[in-house]
Design a protein around this ligand. Structure first.
Ligand code: SAH
Length: 217
């Protein structure tokens, strides 16, 4: 497929999978049209990059379905001046969508090879305002907190308290919470010392693995 064909596939993906399911934030729609999703899938899967589904990555992980990336990004209510924390770099695709919209993205991945590969690709694509860390993202990134928004792209069994503490006033945490197979995606907004939840959609993420469960790789 040529670059023009990939761009056409992205426009079609935005129309049929994302707008039709109710995502309206123009910044999110534009970002999804710009980020070359085919560069983030494993070699050989480029033709399927725009399918309405998650796709496999290295190390048993997966790149999220386009609609879920769009719905999560919209739920974060990102503004250009924001500093955002992402937990679960994976392929770096969601990181790129965020970097299209906001000034600064901090992204944490527990599997070193995924972080390295994502960083190389995002550097190649010219995304410079991203900081990377290999660690347990459930602990957040306290040295850089507070964040205007926090996005967790792995399924948590329960709400990680450390992340709530690192959210700025008025900021949102977007996180899938539930079992190992499927979860409910929530937006949790901080207003002073109060937190309000809003259910977004059912979803299926690989598990958020916390450090006490053993080292990566
Ligand atoms: N946003 C990614 C989705 C990756 S899947 C993308 O668009 O491709 C979820 C990722 O979360 C996996 O790469 C997994 O290794 C990572 N992960 C799971 N538990 C984690 C933790 N506690 N800290 C950091 N990363 C974690």
């Amino acid at each position: 497929m040529s670059e023009d064909e990939f761009a056409a596939a992205r426009r079609d993906m935005v129309e049929t999978q994302i707008k039709q399911r109710g995502v309206t934030d123009p910044r999110v729609l534009e970002a999804m049209e710009r980020v070359p999703r085919h560069r983030f899938v494993v070699a050989g899967h480029e033709r399927h990059a725009h399918d309405d589904t998650a796709l496999p990555l290295e190390a048993g992980q997966s790149i999220s379905q386009p609609y879920i990336v769009a719905a999560m990004t919209e739920a974060l209510e990102p503004k250009p001046s924001d500093r955002i924390l992402e937990v679960g770099t994976g392929s770096g695709y969601q990181t790129a969508v965020l970097a299209e919209i906001v000034d600064k993205v901090y992204t944490i991945e527990r599997i070193a090879v995924l972080s390295r590969t994502a960083r190389q690709l995002l550097d190649d694509l010219g995304y410079t305002d991203i900081e990377y860390r290999v660690a347990d993202g459930a602990q957040g990134w306290p040295e850089e907190a507070p964040f205007d928004g926090i996005l967790v792209t792995a399924g948590a069994e329960r709400l990680p308290e450390r992340l709530l503490e690192q959210l700025s006033d008025g900021g949102c945490l977007v996180i899938p919470i539930g079992g190992r197979i499927d979860q409910d995606l929530y937006q949790i907004r901080r207003s002073g010392s109060r937190f309000e939840d809003r259910f977004i959609t059912r979803c299926r993420f690989v598990p958020l693995v916390e450090e006490r469960e053993g080292p990566a790789e």
